[in-house]
Design a protein around this ligand. Structure first.
Ligand code: GLN
Length: 471
C-alpha cells in the first residue's frame, strides 16, 4: 500500500487499526520528499527529526490505547511564512535566510496539540508576493503535472507538495489568491476561509487587512477536517472571531447558485470556460437553480487590490531593517552608520518584486496622494463587498472559475508584472470582501488541472464544503 496516497480519515483508520505505525507513515512521506524535492523544490526546509519524534509520540499514544485526534500522526507541511518554533522561517526571502522562529504560530500550536506531524516548510514567493512561485529568493517550485510550468503562487510549495504526495495536506496563505490559484494550477482543494476565522498570530504579515491562513488538501473532506481544527477566536489576534455554530440545513434541490457574468471575460482560456460551465451544468442536473448575477464593481478589483496591498506591504516590510530580524550588513564589519545599515541591508535582502511594492506603497501613502489612492481604494473595496452582499440576498452560493488560464510556463510572465497581477482577477475580490471561497479541481486540459471556485457568505464554510463535496 502506498501510504502517501491516503486521506486523513483513511490514514487515521489505518493508525487505529495498527495497519501501519505513525512512524512508518511519516517515513513514507520523508522518503518521498527526499526523492522528489530535487525536481519539484516544494520544500525549503525538511524537518526529519522533528517529524519522526512527533510520530513516535503518536505511536506511544496508540500503544497506551489513548483516543487519538483525527490529525494525530498525519504528516503535513507549512508555508514558510508561518512560524514553527526552533525551525528556520525565511518568508522566501534572502533577508530572513538564517532566521529561526522563536515561537509557534497559533495554528501550529493547535496542530501540535492534536499530534500533527510537521514534515517541513514549503517554498513560496517572497513574503507571499507573487502568483507563480518564481519570486522565491531560493528558486522556483515546479508544477508536478508538468515540470516546465509554474505551480502558481504564492503558496507554490504548499500546493505542489500536496499534488505530488509529499504531504497529506498543507497550510498556505491567501491575500489575493495565493491558496486558490496554486490549487487551481496543481489540481488540489484549497480553502481561503472568512477573514478572521483562523488566527494570523505567528504569520509574517504581508497585507494585514487581506491576509488569510487556509488549507490545501487532496479532498474536500480533508480540507473541512483541518479547517474545523484551526478555526476560532484567538486572544493573540484581535481580528479573529468565533461566529458560533450555525446549523446548515443543506439540500442541493432548489439551492440557488449565482453565476457572475463578470467572471467570464474576453481573453480567458476557452477550455477553462467550457469546463467550468460543464461543472455548473452538473449542479443544475443535481437539482440546483442556476441564476446569472452581476457583481458590477469586479472590474475595479485588481486596481483596488494592488493599491491596498502595496500600501500595507510598504508598512509591514519596514520591520526588516537589518537590525531587528535576519540579515544585517553590519553583521561582520560593525562599522556601518545606522542609515547605511537600513539601506544596504534592505537593498541586499529584498528581491525585485518586494522592492517594487515598497516603492509603490510608499508613494501611495505619501501626503497628498493618500486621499487620491489609498482612501479611494478603501471606498471601492466597500462597493465590491456590497456587490456580494446584494448577490447573496438572491442566491445561496456563487460559482466561478478560479483562474482565467491553466498553469503557464516558467519564465513566461516574469518580465511583465501586470500580466502576473491579472492572475488574481477572480480570486482577489473575495479577499477584498473577506468572504470564504474554495477551489476544487473540476477538469483537465491535457495534463493540466482546471479549478472551479465556490464562494459563500461570511462564516458559511460549512455550506461551501457541502456544495464542493458534491462534485
Ligand atoms: N498574486 C497576488 C499578489 O501577488 C496574491 C498574493 C497572495 O495572495 N499572497 O499579491
Amino acid at each position: 500500500m502506498d501510504l502517501t496516497k491516503l486521506t486523513i480519515r483513511q490514514a487515521n483508520k489505518g493508525l487505529k487499526n495498527k495497519n501501519f505505525s505513525a512512524t512508518e507513515l511519516c517515513q513514507s512521506y520523508l522518503d518521498r520528499i527526499h526523492k522528489k524535492n530535487k525536481e519539484i523544490f516544494a520544500f525549503l526546509t525538511i524537518t526529519d527529526k522533528m517529524a519522526l519524534d512527533q510520530a513516535k509520540t503518536v505511536d506511544k499514544w496508540i500503544a497506551q490505547k489513548k483516543e487519538i485526534p483525527l490529525l494525530a500522526g498525519i504528516p503535513m507541511a507549512i508555508k514558510d511564512i508561518i512560524l514553527v518554533k526552533n525551525v528556520k522561517c525565511t518568508g522566501g526571502s534572502k533577508i530572513l535566510e538564517n532566521y529561526i522562529a522563536t515561537y509557534d504560530a497559533t495554528v501550529v500550536e493547535k496542530l501540535r496539540n492534536q499530534g500533527a506531524v510537521i514534515l517541513g516548510k514549503t517554498n513560496l514567493d517572497e513574503f507571499a508576493m507573487g502568483a507563480s512561485g518564481e519570486h522565491s529568493a531560493f528558486g522556483p517550485t515546479k508544477n508536478p503535472y508538468d515540470l516546465e510550468r509554474v505551480p502558481g503562487g504564492s503558496s507554490s510549495g504548499s500546493a505542489a507538495a500536496v499534488a505530488a504526495d509529499m504531504c497529506c495536506y498543507s497550510l498556505g496563505t491567501d491575500t489575493g489568491g495565493s491558496i486558490r490559484q496554486p490549487s487551481s494550477f496543481c489540481g488540489t482543494v484549497g480553502l481561503k476561509p472568512t477573514y478572521g476565522s483562523i488566527s494570523r498570530f505567528g504569520l509574517m504579515a504581508m497585507a494585514s487587512s487581506l491576509d488569510h491562513v487556509g488549507v490545501i488538501s487532496k479532498t474536500v473532506e480533508d480540507c473541512e477536517i483541518v479547517f474545523n481544527s484551526l478555526k476560532g477566536k484567538d486572544p493573540l489576534d484581535s481580528t479573529s472571531i468565533s461566529p458560533g455554530t450555525q446549523a446548515v440545513d443543506f439540500q442541493i434541490k432548489g439551492l440557488k447558485i449565482g453565476i457572475p457574468k463578470e467572471y467570464f471575460i474576453a481573453g480567458m482560456d476557452k477550455n477553462v470556460e467550457n469546463s467550468v460551465r460543464q461543472s455548473i451544468k452538473k449542479y443544475e442536473d443535481m437539482g440546483a437553480k442556476i441564476e446569472e448575477i452581476s457583481l458590477p464593481h469586479t472590474e475595479y478589483a485588481i486596481a483596488t487590490y494592488y493599491i491596498i496591498v502595496q500600501s500595507e506591504v510598504s508598512a509591514n516590510m519596514a520591520r526588516y531593517d537589518g537590525i531587528k530580524y535576519g540579515y544585517s550588513i553590519n553583521q561582520n564589519t560593525k562599522s556601518e552608520k545606522l542609515l547605511d545599515v537600513y539601506l544596504k541591508s534592505r537593498a541586499f535582502g529584498f528581491g525585485q518584486e518586494v522592492k517594487r511594492r515598497i516603492i509603490l506603497g510608499t508613494y501611495i501613502l505619501s501626503a497628498g496622494y493618500y486621499d487620491a489612492y489609498y482612501l479611494k481604494a478603501q471606498k471601492v473595496r466597500t462597493l465590491i463587498r456590497n456587490d456580494f452582499e446584494k448577490a447573496f440576498k438572491k442566491v445561496d452560493v456563487i460559482l466561478a472559475p478560479t483562474t482565467p488560464t491553466t498553469a503557464f510556463k516558467l519564465g513566461e510572465n516574469t518580465s511583465n508584472p501586470l500580466i502576473m497581477y491579472l492572475c488574481d482577477v477572480f480570486t482577489a475580490p473575495l479577499d477584498l470582501a473577506g468572504i470564504p471561497a474554495i477551489n476544487i479541481p473540476c477538469d483537465k486540459i491535457g495534463s493540466l488541472p482546471i479549478g472551479l471556485q465556490i464562494i459563500g457568505q461570511a462564516f458559511q464554510e460549512k455550506q461551501i464544503f457541502k456544495v464542493a463535496g458534491l462534485l
